[in-house]
Write a protein that binds this ligand. Structure first.
Ligand SMILES: Cc1cc2nc3c(=O)[nH]c(=O)nc-3n(C[C@H](O)[C@H](O)[C@H](O)COP(=O)(O)OP(=O)(O)OC[C@H]3O[C@@H](n4cnc5c(N)ncnc54)[C@H](O)[C@@H]3O)c2cc1C
Length: 507
């Protein structure tokens, strides 16, 4: 098998991977391996923006408090402080790379101030454009597209390389002194998700195989307002529409959030998602509606150009029609455990972005903190990786992967998504979780028992989705009180001091 040697390897070309690559490139040669094109990532799809205390009446202390409140007592306070203190500098770094942001700051649920740095409703696209351009023009960085990483390679207990299948060129191994895992989310564990097709939990599968610590996967965030339309499944209608004054109505036209939380439509996401799910079940309907018809049409078109256009393609006019919405999987708060340097429990292996669990989100992520987390921790990981001693770049041996026939993988994946959506969604029960565990274990055995087939990305992804699902289900079973995003109808709600109400939102 051909092998290549670099100083740093990066798996994934979202904001976390490319940020790491740009910082690490100051100290050595970097390879970025990404399984589709560079811009195929959750990052490109982000609409709302990046949270940073850069407004006049804001401070990192307020950002810190809002993050801790959303995280429901389970955040790592040191990680949160590190995150919010670095935020203004991270924004300045992006601007320096050429990212363009609006003059006005946005406001989202759970934030006590206007602090969302954005580019209309395509912030992720703008950021990805800027960082990808910087990466392409950096001679120290080599990008491999269509490079599917199948394995992390260890030598002497240290991660020192990866194996990847490179398009038609077949399997290749890469070695380096540090490997950054930046593979993003795991939305495809569920039938309904806002995540793009690449979000198949590969990082969780890769890390699990080398014994890296993984935790908090039960804290799965469901975005409350995802378009319910067969022609555009998973299309997100950003929280910023509610921030701008959009209201939620049930099929009778009632503003039902009055029945659920005093913060109404700007309550944290888990509360809004559960309220919507309750309303759908209680009224036996298939969705609720986001009403922006009272907002000036010109403002809507200017602030939400993507949403405005996409809805129009479906015959929905934001300024005239209510938008049908449901909750759908959106973000994984848990993942591969890291410290403030992005180091995982496996020496030489770093993780950043959505695949990681840095401790900043606790039991629930505050809106627009994830792009920030990717920026901040990828940078600290690059600094730490640089400070580690030089190691001989010895190409470790790759094992062969277990791919199965694609049609079997499709069957298993769809069954998994159905089980997870039914039993491990916004509402959970003891019986549902027990049944999910049985089914997931059965599907894992089913996958393992299938005869080996030639490489298929779809099949390998299926194996990774199964691993992630196992972590989600087992985490949910272990979690004995309802906190943040985890809600089991058969359990008591945690009532610790974090339930203090949010400070009033500035007008
Ligand atoms: C619709 C939507 C809207 C959002 N809006 C916001 C927002 O407004 N603000 C906010 O802060 N967050 C938002 N988020 C969340 C945020 O976008 C993500 O958490 C963040 O972009 C994750 O960045 P990342 O670099 O970790 O992963 P990603 O951007 O997902 O990148 C992961 C990369 O890894 C690659 N990869 C995966 N597996 C492999 C493999 N086996 N081999 C090689 N490459 C692989 C993928 O192809 C991809 O390039 C949103 C998410 C979505 C889906």
């Amino acid at each position: 098998m051909r092998s290549e040697s670099f100083d740093y390897l990066v798996i994934g070309s979202g904001l976390a991977g490319l940020t790491f690559a740009l910082h690490a490139a100051n100290h050595g040669r970097v390879a970025v391996l990404t399984k589709a094109t560079v811009t195929d990532s959750n990052t490109s799809w982000a609409q709302g923006g990046i949270a940073a205390a850069v407004g006049e009446s804001d401070s990192w202390e307020l950002h810190e408090r809002d993050t801790l409140v959303a995280g429901a007592g389970l955040c790592d306070p040191a990680a949160v402080r590190f995150l919010v203190q670095q935020a203004p500098e991270a924004i300045a770094w992006l601007r320096n790379l050429g990212a363009r942001f609006d003059l006005e700051l946005g406001r989202e649920g759970g934030h006590s101030r206007h602090r969302i740095v954005r580019h209309a409703d395509k912030t992720g696209w703008e950021i990805e454009r800027a960082v990808a351009a910087a990466v392409r023009s950096n001679p120290a960085i080599t990008v491999y597209e269509n490079a599917f990483v199948t394995e992390l390679l260890l030598s002497d207990g240290r991660c020192s390389g990866v194996a990847a299948v490179l398009g038609d060129m077949g399997m290749r191994s890469f070695s380096a002194r540090a490997v950054m895992l930046a593979t993003g989310g795991c939305g495809k564990v569920y039938a309904k998700t806002t995540n793009p097709r690449v979000a198949t939990a590969d990082g969780i599968g890769l890390a699990d195989k080398v014994g890296a610590e993984i935790t908090d996967m039960e804290f799965m965030q469901f975005h409350p307002t995802v378009l319910e339309h067969p022609q555009m499944p998973g299309f997100l209608v950003t929280e910023a529409v509610r921030g701008a004054g959009g209201t939620l109505r049930n099929h009778r036209g009632d503003r039902f959030m009055y029945d659920y939380d005093e913060r109404l439509e700007l309550a944290p996401r888990d509360i809004v998602a559960r309220a919507i799910e309750s309303e759908i079940q209680r009224r036996d309907t298939w969705c609720v509606y986001l009403d922006a018809t009272h907002l000036p049409a010109e403002d809507l078109r200017e602030e939400f150009p993507t949403i405005w256009e996409r809805l129009r393609e479906l015959g929905i006019r934001m300024e005239r029609n209510w938008i049908p919405v449901v909750p759908a999987q959106h973000y994984s708060c848990g993942g591969v455990v890291t410290d403030l340097n992005g180091s995982t429990s496996v020496p030489g292996l770093y993780a950043a972005g959505e695949v990681s669990r840095t401790g900043v989100h606790g039991a629930n992520r505050l809106a627009s903190n994830s792009l920030l987390e990717a920026l901040v921790f990828a940078k600290s990981a690059a600094a730490h990786a640089e400070s580690t001693r030089e190691l001989t770049n010895e190409a470790p041996q790759a094992r062969s992967f277990h791919a199965i026939q694609e049609n079997e993988a499709i069957r298993i994946r769809h069954r998994l998504q159905a089980v997870m959506t039914k039993h491990v969604g916004v509402f959970r029960t003891n019986a549902g979780l027990a049944s999910a565990k049985e089914e997931v274990d059965h599907l894992i055995a089913d996958y393992a028992g299938q005869p080996s087939a030639p490489f298929s990305a779809y099949a390998i992804e299926c194996g990774n989705l199964l691993t992630a699902a196992k972590h989600v289900v087992e985490g949910a079973i272990r979690r004995k009180v309802n906190v943040g995003l985890h809600f089991n109808a058969d359990q008591e709600r945690a009532t610790p001091e974090w339930e203090t109400p949010l400070p009033s939102v500035e007008s």
